[in-house]
Ligand binder design. Structure first.
Ligand code: HMN
Length: 289
């Protein structure tokens, strides 16, 4: 069966410090209520690019401790400081993470040779397997099929987290790399990605909507495309409402409504205002009560 992963959020206190209790509470919710297959820790949804090294380490440690072997964990260790990414790769490997991931390095228009060096360096001193985190809309970095193939020459590079609406490239990747792990990243496009035979999906909105997303995967796998499409439509109504209300703070507000203290987002992400709070309550009422 194809796997469903939530992209784990980071709970922050109002002053922007990490609220470890809140992080643990979301791990528990994903295990106990969502029955999720795994968590993607330290990604975009985790606001990881706004965290310092000690905060990242504390989160990786708390998550693996809380999960206690119950689910798969993928640690996103990539960023713009390669020394720190390598250190994190070693740190999470020593903690017991089996899989790491790293975003394509962004901002400086790195050449492909530089990107390849970055990936090979991150895995060089660890025996953990790595999934390339490709998210061109946020990084501005698009990799071609030949470039993915070149990165896969390193046997420790085992897959792609494919957060991209380019379904032509996805289909080409699936055909070219039948043995690699491909996990799709846009929750609102999960069904077309399933149709192209991805191995699963990772997303922010599954933190709340895992049940329906899993039903959709089951319907797809049973060959019931009408039902799968209906479920994707229902999920997309919910995702559209979330996006219109400000995605990350709204997921945290809904968690709060459901009794999970997910804390705040970190500035420059928004703090909830009365309108956003009312919107989150309405979404919670509409879809989760
Ligand atoms: C992560 O790195 O945290 C996520 O896996 C990224 C994931 O692909 C999400 N993308 C972003 O938040 C940019 C999606 O779940 C996304 O939030 C969702 O599809 C709504 O657009």
């Amino acid at each position: 069966m194809k796997k469903l992963y939530s992209a784990l959020m980071t709970a922050f206190n109002e002053d922007g410090t990490v609220n470890e209790k809140g992080v643990r509470a979301m791990v528990r919710y994903n295990i106990d209520v969502n029955h999720i297959d795994g968590l993607y820790v330290g990604g975009s949804t985790g606001e990881a690019f706004m965290l310092n090294q000690d905060e990242k380490k504390a989160i990786f440690k708390a998550v693996i401790d809380e999960a206690d072997g119950a689910i798969d964990l993928i640690a996103q260790v990539g960023g713009l400081n390669l020394i720190e990414s390598k250190e994190l790769a070693k740190y999470v490997t020593d903690l017991g993470y089996k899989t790491i991931s790293a975003v394509t390095p962004f901002y400086y228009n790195f050449s492909f040779e530089q990107i390849k060096h970055y990936y090979n360096e991150i895995v060089k001193d660890v025996d953990t397997q790595l999934i390339i985190y490709s998210i061109p809309a946020l990084t501005g970095v698009s990799l071609s099929i030949d470039q993915f193939a070149e990165l896969f020459e390193n046997p420790k590079v085992i897959g792609i987290k494919y957060t991209n609406a380019d379904f032509y490239l996805l289909e080409r990747c699936r055909q070219a790399f039948p043995d690699k792990l491909i996990l799709s990243g846009f929750d609102e496009m999960m069904l077309p990605a399933l149709a192209l035979n991805v191995d699963g999906a990772i997303g922010s909105t599954f933190n709340l909507n895992a049940k329906k997303a899993k039903e959709e995967i089951a319907a797809f796998e049973a060959g019931d495309l009408t039902k799968a499409l209906q479920l994707q439509k229902e999920s997309n109504d919910y995702i559209t409402d979330l996006l219109q209300n400000d995605l990350y703070p709204t997921i945290k507000l809904i968690f709060k409504e459901l009794g999970v203290d997910a804390g705040y987002c970190k500035a420059p992400m928004s703090k909830p205002n009365p309108e956003m709070i009312a919107g989150a309550k309405a979404i919670c009422e509409k879809y989760f009560k």
